[in-house]
Design a protein around this ligand. Structure first.
Ligand code: HOZ
Length: 431
């Protein structure tokens, strides 16, 4: 496949933008070579500047659950654009999006719209601290909650890919209030609360981790978090920026039947535009300004274009009763097909999947599955990289790191999934 124009454009970008990218997850750091430069996208397809077409499993890192350029979202955006792009004042659309979120995610009684997942987690952490009057936050190794200072410790996603889990610039003082535990480690959670329970403002967790690859939390682990935070009056924050509206209509909390105190959202809630949200129990949310004293603000928060795309997307998810049955079936078909091809080719792989999320883990000799950062980090990154390039040359665009999640959407038809499985078979045989 010829990608000369991509290369040329990226080389120019290197002279203008640090690393040529506006977010390091796109830099191909985990697979080598230069990123593909895209021109347009439609449905399940992305088209690069050299005219190549790819089946897209990145989906803008999650938001495009209806595929690209869904006409319902595009029409809603076009209508909004004609009315003005930013007011910095209340709009009816903000109520509409808030009502949709509250209806779909019942643990959310009040919600505040922000501009990204990072803003949502940053604000939720501040709120947990302000509400409880405590400083310490529990975070799990390999989870990623955006580039919030206090959470950039043992972080997943591009931090893991580029080997900067603890970023320079985060002061020792900031990081000192973050308690790190292993994901899915029930005993670790119990012990930490026994020893420090009265100092812990909150626990932030991806109930389905998506930033060390897709690693679902065990039911016992998540139930323990709920139990211990309740017992010690700490705030349980489910970071559902990735899993929200994706693992189930009501997110991972609906899937597991566990009610957090606060939830952070992003990606799908903005239908492909920059939106984040945090919300939860009224009593806690009322500590946010202007009702309470925990400060949080934003010029573009609740922006009319962003709310238009979010509303159009969530309306589809609410209206189509079999949406998640179909999405689960698509992901399961993909995962099982890829595992079958790997087994046929004699390649040790496990495809972890839940809802519209999945990861092909190139397991180490010592592991049969991935359940935490240690087992994820032991995966064979070199094999993943070779597999990635073979898939790309067959016209399949995967996340460019072993530590990221593949996303499926409503327009990944059986035919498209089967073509992906065939490409995977070819890629496994080439390793
Ligand atoms: N959470 C996304 C990937 N893990 C973010 C993508 C990015 O950092 O650009």
């Amino acid at each position: 496949m010829n990608r000369n124009k991509s290369r040329e454009i990226f080389e120019k970008a290197l002279t203008l933008i640090p690393g040529g990218v506006n977010s390091p997850a796109r830099a191909f750091g985990g697979v080598g070579g230069t990123p593909v430069v895209f021109e347009r996208a439609e449905g399940p397809w992305m088209y690069d500047v050299d005219g190549n077409r790819y089946i897209d499993y990145v989906l803008s890192w999650g938001p495009m659950i209806l595929g690209h350029c869904d006409p319902r979202v595009t029409e809603s955006l076009n209508a909004a654009v004609a009315h003005g792009t930013s007011f910095g004042a209340p709009t009816l659309a903000e109520n509409t999006l808030a009502e949709l979120i509250i209806r779909l995610v019942p643990s959310i009684e009040r919600v505040r719209l922000v501009n990204s997942g990072t803003e949502a987690t940053m604000s939720a952490i501040r709120l947990a601290r302000g509400y409880t009057g405590r400083d310490k936050i529990v975070k799990f190794i390999g989870c990623y909650h955006g580039h919030v200072d206090s959470l950039l410790v043992a972080a997943g996603s591009a931090c893991a890919t580029l080997a900067v889990p603890n970023s320079p610039g985060v002061t020792a003082g900031t990081a000192a209030d973050t308690i790190l535990l292993n994901y899915n480690d029930v005993e670790g959670v119990r012990k930490t609360f026994e020893e420090n329970g009265d100092q812990i403002a909150g626990v932030i967790v991806e109930p389905v981790a998506g930033n060390m690859g897709c690693v679902p939390g065990t039911r016992e682990f998540l139930e323990t978090l709920r139990e211990e935070t309740k017992k010690h009056a700490s705030v349980l924050i489910f970071d559902e920026v990735m899993s929200g509206f994706r693992v189930a209509r009501g997110g991972a909390q609906e899937f597991y039947g566990i009610t957090p105190d606060l939830t952070t959202l992003g990606k799908i809630v903005g239908g492909g535009l920059p939106v984040g949200a945090y919300g939860g129990r009224k009593e806690i949310m009322d500590a946010v300004t202007p009702v309470g004293k925990v400060y949080q603000a934003g010029t573009l928060s609740g922006n009319p274009l962003a709310t238009a795309a979010g509303i159009a997307t969530l309306r589809v998810l609410e209206a189509e009763s079999d949406f998640y049955t179909k999405l689960n079936a698509t992901t399961a078909r993909l995962a099982k097909g890829i595992e079958r091809e790997a087994a046929d080719a004699g390649v040790k792989v496990s495809v972890s999947h839940i809802g519209g999320m999945s990861t092909i883990f190139f397991l180490s000799e010592d592991d049969d599955s991935v359940k935490d950062w240690d087992s994820s980090s032991r995966c064979d990154k070199k094999r993943f990289a070779k597999f990635f390039w073979s898939m790309l040359d067959s016209g399949v665009y995967l996340p460019c790191s072993q530590f990221e999640t593949m996303f499926t959407c409503s327009v990944h038809s059986d035919e498209i999934v089967d073509a992906t499985i065939a490409a995977a078979g070819k890629a496994f045989r080439s390793l």
